[in-house]
Design a protein around this ligand. Structure first.
Ligand SMILES: [Zn+2]
Length: 317
């Protein structure tokens, strides 16, 4: 265990139970970590997160529906997209940094590209072609409308960089995707992976109300050691770890604080997606919550304590 892992807050198991299913990755016993509701269905069923200490990874149980994806309501409304455009340029610029520092030769690929906003930003700001893959119908339609090229892995590549911005947590078997993409990287290519950090300051403070927990859509959960271990098992060497991802710190601390204050979860988030009534209900809380969120965001800047884990990895030869 290295210095970063020792300093980072760690998920604290609340009880053990012999009845919990074993870890599907290593077969060892898991422990109960927390129970939470789907913030999109607050009156719906509850989900548990089971934690495997040897793997430092968690599992949502019952497992989320693999067919479930983000629909039109997930993406910003056109008005909010215009209003928040300067902020998103800042966020995308922050994401671009590790790619510029480490990418090898060949085009780039954004896998799980959502509405294609980051891939389009890459093509505007660099001379790189950035192809995309997006499984949701709504996201794919928006990405194609930005004139982006959809990848055909058998035809395109090898790639100088493949980015997985908040993809692996949605997969029951993330290792399968890493194995598949590894063979499509150029010899000097890199993988950039980002997932929510279940050992973050925010996750420890807010528990089941943490904005980025997002069960059951998030089916897997990671600490820094867990993500590092997964990448190493899949044949990668980690070459850089980013301490925080701007959009995750701010949105996570602000919305999680509002979740403590408001009866319904994710009201501000829904407001920015076009639910005007939810936005109105959030306005009165915004000033005090924003001040507290700014302090929390500063706390999350310690290594390993940030709301998102972002790692750059190179295939081991
Ligand atoms: Zn395990």
């Amino acid at each position: 265990m290295d210095v970063v892992e020792r300093r980072a807050p760690r998920p604290a198991p609340r009880q053990t139970s012999p009845s919990l299913p074993p870890c599907p990755t290593c077969g060892q016993a898991t422990v109960f970590l927390l129970e939470a509701q789907d913030p999109c269905a607050p009156d719906g069923p509850r989900y548990q997160v089971h934690w495997c200490p040897p793997c430092a990874q968690g599992y949502t149980r019952p497992a989320g529906d693999p067919a479930a994806s983000y629909g039109d309501a997930f993406y910003l409304s056109p008005r909010a997209e215009t209003l928040l455009a300067p902020l998103y340029r800042l966020f995308h610029g922050h994401r671009l940094g590790p790619l510029l520092r480490h990418a090898g030769s060949g085009p780039w690929l954004d896998w799980g590209a959502g509405n294609g906003a980051f891939a389009a930003y890459v093509e505007r700001r660099t001379d790189r072609r950035c192809l995309f893959h997006e499984p949701s119908t709504a996201g794919r339609r928006l990405a194609l409308a930005r004139q982006l090229l959809e990848v055909d892995l058998e035809r395109d590549g090898p790639f100088g960089a493949i980015s997985l911005w908040h993809v692996l947590e949605h997969l029951e078997r993330p290792r399968d995707l890493l194995d598949r993409l590894r063979s499509h990287l150029a010899p000097d290519g890199v993988l950039v992976v980002s997932v929510p950090n279940l050992a973050s300051l925010q996750a420890v403070l807010f528990g089941s109300r943490w904005f980025h927990l997002d069960v059951p859509r998030h089916r897997r959960h990671f600490s820094p050691r867990g993500l590092r271990g997964l990448l190493v098992e899949a044949g990668f060497a980690v070459v850089e770890e980013l301490p925080a991802l701007l959009e995750y710190e701010g949105s996570g601390s602000l919305q999680s604080l509002l979740n403590l204050l408001q009866r319904r979860p994710n009201e501000l988030y829904r407001g920015l997606k076009g639910d005007v009534a939810a936005l109105r209900r959030s306005v009165g809380y915004l000033l005090p919550a924003s001040i507290a969120a700014a302090l929390l965001t500063a706390g999350g800047s310690f290594p390993g304590a940030g709301a998102a884990l972002t790692m750059v990895a190179r295939p081991r030869v």
